[in-house]
Design a protein around this ligand. Sequence first.
Ligand code: SF4
Length: 174
Amino acid sequence: MTKQKPLLGISQCLTDCIVRYDGQSEFQPVLVHELQKYFELLTVCPEVECGMGVPRPPIELVEFNQSIRVMGRDNKQLDVTDSLNNFSNTKMALLANLSGYIFKSRSPSCGLGSTVIFNSMGECVRLSNGIFADKFVATYPMLPVIEDTELENIKTLDKFIGKVKNYFKNVLQD
Ligand code: SF4
């Protein structure tokens, strides 16, 4: 009988899927190969799944009166805040069987503490989470989560793999 592997969420552009706004991927073959030894991967691209397509106009997070909007980087008339928020809210219920998540750094959707928040003058005011990642960590605060850039360190990768296995064993299979 084959043993069930934990399910690990991962930003889809880190796999070989062409989902980035510019029609590229951020494929990390070594990382993906290593992860597939231990986990089933569930890939998610919030921007594609909320209907923005590939390629699509680049977006960024802009703060207006303490509220964050998702606006076009080049087209200042573009506002996809509602689409991305609605998708994120709906998707959360479908992710309850995950044991961890790897987020693509610096993305307005997927960044985990590395996403630039701009003010209306186009100035960087701080770093924060992307829209989807922020909803995810608020919904699943106990789940192991990390950005791809941190996993370049082999010790950090091993530690993260251990945390995901433990979550699966002690929480999901309990
Ligand atoms: S960072 Fe997130 S939204 Fe952007 S291409 Fe990757 S998976 Fe899609």
